[in-house]
Design a protein around this ligand. Structure first.
Ligand code: NDP
Ligand code: GDR
Length: 370
């Protein structure tokens, strides 16, 4: 039985990767950092339904090398998937030093620990399409990096550290340069999930508008469960290498908004320019949500605010994953429209359950609620 260690196990990708590796009969360990509230909601079902012989976890932090050394000494895994990161690009402008410490120096701490302990481990490094920044699309493994944020610069540093440790010390390290990948488990502050969550709440009349930043950024959005398979495939190769993982299709944030709202029968007409831009409801089609929605034709459902603009932006990211398709046999199946559908439908289910649960809770606990 192979053993894998996942840093960032409580994140979107970490949770799908645990499921994937358990299905491949791995013994999986995760690193969970301390937070002031519960941060395991994405893996609670795994902890509940698998014994510690299949899935277990340790408290640790990428900013604390002693925790990483202790974990590695104890479990000596066959594979490490380094997914831990302060992964929000806009937040990286607000907390740049912390972002750099976790993403770049954190990766260095991990590499040093593996090297100094003399462990023979295959390492996956979560590199990012953000590293390409302003390089014109399509981007592949040969495209120069032109990072546009502290996050992206930290990922470039981590990438180069991995290549350097591979060349200098012969360590087995693969960089997966993954383009944006999304799912119903995506964090609520990333744009896709922010949109699909808002659409579901507007459908049930508990939110009346969505406030966004730059609408013309283009991204190559794929489906996260398919991307964790690519991570695993990279580590099953004889030689370590770097691979771009993407769908090869890019759309603007504006297009994502339009596509998502269509699912609840709302057609948006854009008015205004840039920061003044407003999305006006031009038409409400017949849909099961027609009566629950509080919005009506002419209402502004999307507003653009300076608050969500970044000091610098990666305008157009579109991946060319020919190498991964040829060498790994990896192929994405879920494309843009299906991805939007999966995410909107999941958020509608979740919002419906939450509302029903809140109603029931309030009925049952009426006398205790103040
Ligand atoms: P998430 O933000 O969902 O998850 C990040 C994970 O890192 C969480 O488990 C988080 O813990 C953990 N983490 C944050 N800070 C620390 C720390 N100091 N020490 C230990 N753990 C920490 O990211 P994704 O799952 O979306 O992405 C996984 C990786 O892939 C990240 O490195 C990201 O930068 C990279 N990536 C993601 C892409 C995407 O489109 N999703 C594309 C390309 C690269 P907690 O739950 O407590 O916050
Ligand atoms: P990104 O994802 O920065 O590509 O990084 P995000 O979803 O945050 O932004 C995508 C694009 O949408 C624009 N945008 C907004 N973004 C957010 N979050 N909120 C808004 O209100 C909003 N309005 C417009 C952004 O400006 C941007 O152009 C993600 C992360 O998962 C990284 O960790 C990962 O490395 C890259 O994808 C690949």
């Amino acid at each position: 039985m192979k053993t894998a260690l996942i840093t960032g196990v409580t994140g979107q990708d970490g949770s799908y990767l645990v499921e994937f590796l358990l299905n491949k009969n791995y013994k999986v360990y995760g690193v969970i950092r301390r937070a002031s509230s519960f941060n395991t909601s994405r893996i609670d079902h795994i902890i509940e339904f698998h014994s510690p012989e299949k899935f277990d976890w340790f408290r640790g932090d990428m900013t604390d090398e002693t925790s990483l050394i202790k974990i590695l000494e104890k479990i000596q895994p066959d594979e490490i998937y380094n997914l831990a990161a302060q992964s929000h690009v806009q937040v990286s402008f607000e907390v740049p030093v912390y972002t750099f410490d976790v993403v770049a120096t954190g990766t260095l701490r991990l590499l040093e620990a593996v090297k100094n302990l003399g462990l023979d481990i295959k390492i996956y490094q979560a590199s990012s399409s953000e590293m390409f920044g302003s390089s014109p699309p399509p981007q592949n493994e040969e495209t120069p990096f032109n990072p546009k944020s502290p996050y992206a610069i930290a990922k470039v540093a981590a990438y180069h550290l991995c290549v350097n440790y591979r060349e200098a010390y012969g360590m087995w390290i693969a960089n997966g340069i993954l383009f944006n990948h999304e799912s119903p488990r995506r964090g609520e502050t990333f744009v896709t999930r922010k949109i699909t969550r808002a659409v579901s709440r507007i459908a049930f009349g508990v939110q009346d508008k969505l406030v966004l930043g730059y609408l013309d950024a283009k991204r190559d959005w794929g489906y996260a469960p398919e991307y964790v398979k690519a991570m695993w495939l990279m580590l099953q190769q004889d030689e370590p290498d770097d691979y771009v993982i993407a769908t090869g299709e890019a759309h603007s944030v504006r297009k994502f908004v339009e596509e998502a709202f269509k699912h609840i029968g709302v057609i948006i007409e854009w008015r205004g320019e840039g920061i003044e831009e407003k999305g006006v409801v031009a038409e409400i089609m017949d849909s099961e949500f027609k009566d629950s929605m509080k919005i009506k034709p002419g209402d502004i459902v999307v507003e653009v605010s300076k608050r969500y603009f970044r000091p610098a932006e990666a305008e157009f990211l579109l991946g060319d994953s020919t190498k991964a398709r040829k060498k790994l046999g990896w192929e994405p199946k879920v494309k843009f429209k299906e991805l939007v559908k999966i995410m909107v439908e999941a958020d509608i289910r979740r919002t419906r359950l939450l509302l029903e649960g809140t109603k029931k809770h309030n009925e049952e606990w009426r006398e205790y609620i103040i």
